[in-house]
Design a protein around this ligand. Structure first.
Ligand code: ADP
Length: 429
């Protein structure tokens, strides 16, 4: 067996977002953390319709992003991918130096294709493209908070000119009047642009229906580039339909725990809700770590006593005032790193103590935990809250770990308990 769709995502949480959309449209999806060694494609391809390789290529120098993307492409082709999906942020995060343009052109060259599309539209998340202009909610990109982004400030909302500044070949537009006319009209426009030497076309989309029409129109293109929105329109090209079977994970068992290193508002609310319910929880204090105390050891001793009546929560979550005080004393980066390292050790210790169902809160925290646990791939399962699925991963020793990686601002107040309730419901079904 070989995979249908091979995806290259320029960051980790974006990869999960894309994978989640593909699963909801009926594909079985595996997300890989970085490019696996050559020769390993056969193992994954038997069990997946799509593979998403998560890179960290959004803000690295363009040459590095190109190199990593081409390695990912080679692996995906060895897994038999029929179409390649280059996934970037729905706010088109990039600069005149890249990396969306250079990576797109390198992938086109490697695939021997002269044309592709580009659209960050994801109407469900408030990202729409009209006349080539990207809107974030009700405002143009350049009037949104992205204007002040520290690494990729977006000061032009016209994606034709934004992408034009990053590419050597002409950029065109497939505007909404064409998209609204359906897949046939989009295909004719593609043929026309191609005949005029346009290499990449920005495509308008203001609704999911637009994405579905676009998905049908790009059937057979070797390469598509987009945010995660286009994923809702592609699986149907291979006959996939939404089905719970696509999200099915192996049965879960073992102790339950939550590790939270996020200090975002949503996570603070989730921690508070968990504490209010009177369940066992251990607070990790960065100042005590800095003072040389074995905080990870203390957290694990506490957890060990309570795991049989779990879930157990280990958290560093604090109000923003307290975090600022700690950052003032230790430095923001140092405090963050101390906490990440400690929580990663805690996660390792929890797994050694039999935890097999683990919720992790925080984007950076998730990265540290995944690395400490030596996870290389995640099978994407059912969605707990929008954009946050349960996943199954093989531990290096062979056991299966059910894990969900929640970036800070995702999830409702009851996320921690909702997550485990969903696994229980799956087991009962
Ligand atoms: P989010 O997804 O909410 O941004 P991250 O894990 O990406 O969460 O980032 C949170 C950062 O804050 C991490 O580097 C983490 O180690 C750090 N952090 C967590 N708790 C504290 C705390 N109590 N004091 C200072 N820094 C903290």
């Amino acid at each position: 067996m070989s995979i249908r769709l091979g995806c290259i995502a320029d960051d980790f949480t974006g990869a999960t977002d894309l994978a989640n959309n593909l699963v909801r449209a009926g594909m079985r999806v595996v997300q890989l953390i970085d490019v696996p060694p050559a020769g390993t494609a056969g193992d994954v391809a038997t069990d997946a319709d799509a593979v998403v390789i998560a890179l960290k290529s959004r803000t690295v120098p363009a040459a590095e992003a190109v190199d990593a993307s081409l390695r990912a492409l080679a692996w995906l082709r060895s897994a038999g991918a029929e179409q390649i999906y280059f996934k970037y942020c729905s706010t088109f995060d990039s600069t005149p130096a890249g990396n969306i343009g250079p990576v797109t052109e390198a992938l086109m060259d490697a695939l021997g294709t002269d044309f592709t599309i580009a659209t960050p539209a994801f109407p469900d998340n408030g990202r729409t493209v009209f006349k080539g202009h990207l809107f974030v909610g009700d405002v143009l990109l350049a009037e949104s908070g992205m204007r002040n982004h520290p690494l990729t400030p977006m000061t032009d909302s016209n994606l034709v000119s934004v992408l034009g500044a990053q590419t050597t070949r002409p950029v065109g537009l497939i505007d909404h009047t064409v998209v609204a006319d359906g897949a046939e009209a989009i295909r004719s426009r593609i043929a026309e642009l191609r005949a005029n030497g346009v290499a990449t076309a920005i495509v308008d989309a203001v609704s999911n229906d637009d994405l579905v029409r676009m998905g049908a129109a790009v059937q057979g293109l070797p390469l598509v580039t987009a945010g995660s929105g286009l994923a809702i329109g592609l699986p149907a090209n291979w006959g996939f339909r939404p089905s719970p079977a696509a999200a099915q994970l192996p049965p879960s068992a073992g102790h339950r725990a939550i590790v939270s290193g996020s200090v975002s508002e949503a996570t603070n609310g989730q921690v508070l809700e968990f504490l209010k319910s009177g369940r066992p929880a251990f607070s990790v204090d960065p100042l005590r770590i800095a003072a040389g105390e074995d905080v990870a050891g203390q957290a694990l001793a506490f957890a060990e006593a309570h795991l049989p009546d779990g879930p157990v929560l280990v958290y560093s979550t604090e109000t923003s005032d307290t975090v600022r005080t700690v950052q003032g004393r230790l430095g923001a980066a140092e405090a963050g790193e101390l906490v990440e390292r400690t929580l990663a050790r805690v996660a390792q210790g929890l797994v050694e103590r039999g935890v097999r169902r683990l919720v992790v809160a925080g984007g950076e925290t998730s990265g540290a935990v995944v690395q400490a646990l030596g996870l290389t791939g995640l099978r994407i399962g059912p969605q707990i809250d929008p954009g946050v699925p349960w996943c199954a991963a093989a531990l290096p020793a062979g056991d299966t770990l059910h894990i969900t990686l929640k970036s800070g601002n995702f999830g409702g107040p009851g996320f921690f308990t909702d997550a485990f309730a969903l696994l229980d419901a799956e087991a009962a079904a």
